[in-house]
Every structure is written in structure tokens, then in C-alpha cells.
Write a protein that binds this ligand. Structure first.
Ligand code: ASP
Ligand code: MG
Length: 405
């Protein structure tokens, strides 16, 4: 019997009726002759509510306690779904991440899965049960509960699909698939039937919220086809899989945007060996990931250093950077937290000149100033003012003929 892993996001299980709707969908998958393992997120915005609660109690709750607290959201939804399935006459059992054999490292709030021991799940499947696993959590070797970071249930689902050798991992959410751009910004955006892991990973990493980048990475590593579809309608979504094409590659496949961006400039930095290290090492130790880094050519041994980070980490980052910039003899620091990233992604850009120039011209003709630029082989990202993001996405969608994909 083929095995499917299905994941339902928070909005798909936001209330009792929605949980019953999910139960009916699972029954359908069963009646089509599949074994089903379900990964579930916490109901609606439960995780945010739990976080608020913690910060009402304490300004600095301990990571370990926070992880146990947040893991309870997924326990609630998984048990309710098991009850709904039993009511429909199907045997079902809910398991916490720990019970499901998900072993992680001990980085609380951003744990990585080290291994999955699927024995318990396999045993329950043999008994004919639908197995419902609480997403986004695992357990360390010392039996501490961990969580995988916000949005981590996608990663749980793909990890289980890999370790159980499932046919497919189906991610159900409140959108109908992966679009060429955010349809709220571009009404002409088109739902993609299929997209390769490489392109999906760039889109997800640069702001497409539909799927967590770590899940895409795992899917690629273990070659698990992932579908993204809506739990509210019966329509095919988008398949993310290995795309086999010899030479015909996609031009621009999609546009991602991210408004969680802040820019930091350290002005008047003495230009000598060790300076970049003394700034970026402490940021790395504080687990702040730095994206674009630009260092100006130095004039008389003095330079400016600019980089971007997530806006949500700006306060924490500045508490580290300000004392360091004094130490290294920089003049001052400036920050800007009203920026956004807009990226075009497509494997066809590799080895084909002209995409960057077209992107820059389109933004120029729209009167949009580009502050910073970064690229990968299949992506070009411009950092622009946040209030221009809608205009930028719309013009790029038109320029790269995505309306007609
Ligand atoms: N409930 C967690 C969150 O809201 C995990 C998830 O939904 O994937 O981030
Ligand atoms: Mg969620």
C-alpha cells in the first residue's frame, strides 16, 4: 500500500470544523488505498499566543521552557484530529515528536533533526492506524523537548516522508500552490504546475512563505516529491520535484519578496586585516544571519561596511555591533529598517546574460532606486525601499512575461 505523508498548516486546523474537514480529507486518502501519516501544525495562531503568554510572564523566558510551551500547540491539534478520525470510524493515534522518534540537537527554538527512528510509526501503521504526528518538535538525547523554528512543521513532514520512504509529501495550506509572485500583489500571478527543488529553495529562502526552505532542502536531499495545495478546495496544487531538462531551462520562474529586511552601515571603518572577522564573528555566535555584505573600496585606509539582516533581529544585532564599532575605531553606525528584497529566480538565468540589465532597467523605469544587489547563479535580488515593493513586483512580473507562463 503506498504511503503518503500529509501536512496540514495552522490555518487548515484553525477551528473544530476545519479539523473535521481535515479528517474527511484523510479518510478520502485512506479510501484511495493509501497508508497515511499526518503532520499537523498548531491551531491558527496558537503559537503566537503561547509566545505572548510567555513574554507576559517573563522578559527573558528560558529557551528550554519556551520550547516545551510551544510544543503544546501541536499536541492539542494532533489529539483533536485523532478524535475526529475515530468519530468517522477510522483508527487513529496521535504522537508527539518524541514519541514519533524525531531526535534533534539541543539548539532550543531552532533545533535540527539528527535522525528519525520510525519504528513506532511503522508499528502503528501496521495496525491499520492513521498516525498523526505533532509537527515542529523533537527530543534531544537527554529527553528535552525541542522545537525546530517557526514554520518547522513542513520540515517535520519531509523528514518523516524521507525516513518512511513515502511516495510523496503533501503540504496542505491556505493557498492553492506556488505562484509566479504573491497573488495579493500581482492579480495576474499564475499557479505553477511544477517547479524544481533548486528554484523553489531560492524562492522560499527569499521570501515566498508557502513552504519552509529547510523542508525544500530536505526534499531535494532525499528526492521526495512535495506537493503544495489548499486544504479548502479540491484542486491540484504545485509539485516540487527534480526537473529533468537538458538545455531548455526556465527563464524567470518566479518572483519572491521579503519585507523583513534591515540594513546596517558601519561608517569610517579602518581598513586592515581582521576587521570583518571582528564584526561578523560575534554576530554569528549570536546566531544572527547576515545576508548581503558590501564593503566599499577604501580611501586612505578608511572604508564603509554595509550588510543586511532580518529586521526582527536589528535590536539584538545593534547591541552587539555598536560596542564593536567603537572598539575598532569606526566613526558611527547607521541603520535603515524600511527596506525590502525583491528577487527574480530561474535556472535559465545561469549562463545567460541580460537578466540583471533587464531587471535594473525595469526598476529604473518605475522610478525605483536600488540600494544593494546580490545574486546567486539562478537569482538576482535587489534591495529597495519597502514602500516600492508592490510596484517592483508588478513591473518585474510583466517584464519577464510571467503573466503568460
Ligand atoms: N506552529 C509553528 C509555527 O506557527 C510551526 C508550524 O506551524 O509549522 O511556527
Ligand atoms: Mg503555523
Amino acid at each position: 500500500m503506498p504511503l503518503m505523508v500529509q501536512k496540514y498548516g495552522g490555518s487548515s486546523v484553525a477551528d473544530g470544523d476545519k479539523i473535521k474537514n481535515v479528517a474527511r480529507r484523510i479518510v478520502k486518502a485512506r479510501s484511495e488505498g493509501n497508508q497515511v501519516v499526518v503532520v499537523i501544525s498548531a491551531m491558527g495562531d496558537t503559537t503566537n499566543k503561547l509566545l505572548e503568554l510567555a513574554y507576559q510572564i517573563s522578559a527573558q523566558p528560558k529557551d528550554r521552557e519556551l520550547d516545551v510551551l510551544l510544543s503544546t500547540g501541536e499536541l492539542v491539534s494532533s489529539t483533536l484530529l485523532a478524535m475526529a478520525l475515530e468519530d468517522l470510524g477510522h483508527k487513529a493515534i496521535s504522537l508527539s515528536g518524541a514519541q514519533a522518534g524525531i531526535q534533534t540537537d539541543s539548539s532550543f527554538s531552532k533545533a535540527h533533526i539528527l535522525r528519525v527512528d520510525p519504528k513506532r510509526i511503522a508499528d502503528e501503521l501496521k495496525k491499520g492506524q492513521v498516525v498523526i504526528v505533532a509537527g515542529f518538535q523533537g527530543v534531544t538525547q537527554d529527553r528535552d523537548i525541542t522545537t525546530l523554528g517557526r514554520g518547522g512543521s513542513d520540515t517535520t513532514a519531509v523528514a518523516l516522508a524521507a525516513s518512511l520512504h513515502a511516495e510523496m509529501c503533501q503540504i496542505y495550506t491556505d493557498v492553492e500552490g506556488v505562484y509566479t509572485a504573491d497573488p495579493r500583489f500581482v492579480p495576474q500571478a499564475v499557479k505553477l504546475k511544477k517547479i524544481g527543488y533548486e528554484e523553489m529553495l531560492e524562492l522560499a529562502s527569499y521570501g515566498a512563505k508557502v513552504l519552509h526552505p529547510r523542508a525544500v532542502e530536505l526534499g531535494e536531499l532525499y528526492n521526495i516529491p512535495i506537493t503544495v495545495a489548499s486544504s479548502f478546495v479540491d484542486k491540484p496544487g504545485t509539485i516540487i520535484c527534480k526537473e529533468v531538462s537538458m538545455e531548455i531551462r526556465n527563464k524567470v520562474r518566479g518572483i519572491a519578496h521579503d519585507t523583513n529586511v534591515a540594513k546596517v552601515t558601519i561608517i569610517g571603518v579602518p581598513d586592515h586585516p581582521g576587521i570583518a572577522m571582528s564584526i561578523f564573528e560575534p554576530l554569528a555566535r549570536a546566531d544572527i544571519s547576515v545576508d548581503t555584505i558590501v564593503q566599499n573600496a577604501s580611501i586612505e585606509g578608511i572604508t564603509d561596511l554595509t550588510f543586511t539582516i532580518a529586521r526582527s533581529e536589528l535590536t539584538k544585532a545593534m547591541s552587539i555591533i555598536e560596542p564593536i564599532s567603537m572598539d575598532i575605531g569606526a566613526k558611527r553606525c547607521a541603520t535603515d529598517s524600511s527596506l525590502a528584497k525583491v528577487s527574480i529566480v530561474g535556472t535559465g538565468m545561469e549562463n545567460t546574460p541580460g537578466y540583471a540589465a533587464r531587471m535594473f532597467r525595469a526598476l529604473y523605469e518605475q522610478g525605483i532606486n536600488i540600494q544593494l544587489i546580490t545574486t546567486s547563479e539562478i537569482r538576482i535580488t535587489c534591495i529597495i525601499s519597502e514602500d516600492k515593493v508592490r510596484d517592483a513586483i508588478q513591473i518585474l512580473h510583466k517584464t519577464f512575461e510571467l503573466d503568460a507562463t
